[in-house]
Design a protein around this ligand. Structure first.
Ligand SMILES: *Cc1c(COP(=O)(O)O)cnc(C)c1O
Length: 428
């Protein structure tokens, strides 16, 4: 039996659709090649860091209690630092999510009366409450602690507005600039590590003492390097996205300048204790193995994103990025223009997941998000969006964001399923 016959017999996909996916795949292949080159380089960078640090069975041993002298934990910090072109890193399973990691970074570095300037427009939805947009007093947000917030919106075309940034930096001292690399729930380009670095270096050229922090979620291993290697002071991200390679069960990382990493560690644990304590329990092995897998897993996700882009562009929808664009993250945005389109797409993606393929996602009011959101995910690790998933806020312009895929082959099936559901529900 051929793979297309299997799809037709077992998944009810028409021959026409199976052939269409084949055709799209052929068109995507030249773009896959570029991503494969980057993955090969990043895989060797990871290998070299493991080799240089003489990673061995000892590093996977668990510690308990205070976790003093946890060799596995400390060496993983060193390895991350090397990979991120950074002085130090803080990689912990005790970061509960990307938001917690970013929150720790912001609270670690900012002090009362400091100014935080978001230079890539409004930050990711879940950071609104961390920063304190709602103005709610007494809840412990940055605003509640007297940190002032300002924002520079993106220029036309979705790139940072360097003129406006410079103008603001010259007006009065800005302690921290925050760059969000990935588009999040916005229709704009995601930035490569080099593009983020360019903005960071520009900020430093205008205001040398301003600290540049990067929300690097979804960006790890998509480029040949990370933003901290080319000018940013700190990068932070989630281990249930790219950097955990699909194997880390929870966690986050912060990498960058040694003094700033220490401040973040003081915030995560306690002033004076910082990185010295924190039992790794049994988590080191999956964090090491996940990092080892990460360049390859990210490649699977990037290939899935490219295929999705080709498929939906051919079906007449506007896609971002375009299949031929250089990618800054693993997300593929498809704008459907209707709530029905977003919902059907997410239902199809859900049908193509290895876990919970039988459930039907519905839009709901998610904590931390201001609009209703629909999320399709059938993951081995709850909420892991390095695994095949899609989501979208139910609001104009009705864009769905697809990301992840531990294996390209499974994501390929999921993309075919999404087209099938769109056809069945009359969207196309
Ligand atoms: C996912 C994400 C976050 C938040 O991470 P959670 O793990 O969902 O809390 C923040 N910023 C960006 C750009 C993200 O993609």
């Amino acid at each position: 039996m051929t793979k297309n016959e299997f799809m037709m017999n077992e998944y009810g996909i028409s021959k026409e659709l199976a052939d269409f996916i084949d055709e799209c795949e052929r068109e995507a292949e030249p773009h896959f090649k570029k991503a494969e080159e980057i993955a090969a380089l990043n895989q060797m960078r990871v290998m070299k860091a493991f080799n240089r640090n003489r990673v061995s069975e000892t590093h996977f041993a668990e510690t308990t209690g205070y976790g003093y002298d946890d060799l596995g934990r400390d060496t993983l910090d060193t390895i991350y630092a090397e990979l991120f072109g950074a002085e130090d890193a803080l990689v912990r399973h005790s970061f509960i999510s990307g938001t917690h990691t970013l929150s720790t970074m912001l609270f670690g570095v900012l002090r009362p009366n400091d100014t935080l300037l978001a230079v890539t427009g409004k930050p990711y939805d879940t950071l609104e409450e961390v920063i304190g947009f709602s103005g709610e007093a007494g809840n412990g947000s940055l605003a509640d602690f007297g940190v002032k917030y300002e924002q520079i919106d993106l220029a036309a075309g979705g790139m940072p507005d360097l003129d406006k940034i410079a103008e603001r930096l010259k007006k009065s001292f800005v302690k921290v600039c925050l760059i969000q690399r990935s588009k999040g729930y916005a229709v704009r380009p995601s930035y490569t590590a080099e593009q983020v670095g360019e903005v960071a270096r520009f900020i430093k050229s205008v205001s040398p003492n301003t600290i540049v922090l990067v929300d690097n979620c979804y960006g790890e291993f998509v480029s040949e390097c990370e933003p901290t290697a080319v000018g940013a002071d700190l990068c932070a991200g989630s281990l249930i996205k790219n950097a955990g390679g699909g194997l880390a069960l929870t966690g986050g990382y912060i990498a960058g300048r040694r003094d700033l990493v220490e401040l973040c560690a003081y915030r995560l644990t306690s002033v004076g204790i910082g990185k010295e304590c924190g039992a790794s329990l049994g988590f080191n092995r999956s964090m090491y193995q996940g990092l080892f897998m990460a360049p390859h897993t990210v490649l699977q996700a990037v290939k899935a994103a490219i295929l999705c882009g080709v498929v939906y562009k051919k079906l007449g929808f506007s896609v971002m990025p375009e299949p031929s664009d250089v990618r800054g993250d693993i997300i593929q945005a498809v704008t459907f223009g209707t709530a029905k389109g977003v919902i059907a797409f997410c239902k199809g993606i859900q049908n193509g997941a290895p876990v919970d393929s039988f459930v039907s996602p519905e839009p709901w009011d998610m904590p931390g998000y201001s609009d209703q959101v629909i999320m399709a995910a059938g993951a081995f690790v709850q909420g892991a969006s390095i695994e095949f998933s899609a989501d979208g806020p139910i609001k104009e312009p009705y864009t769905a964001y697809m990301q992840g895929g531990l294996t390209y082959e499974s994501a390929r099936l999921g993309i075919a399923m999404s087209v099938k559901v769109l056809k069945e529900s009359g969207v196309i």
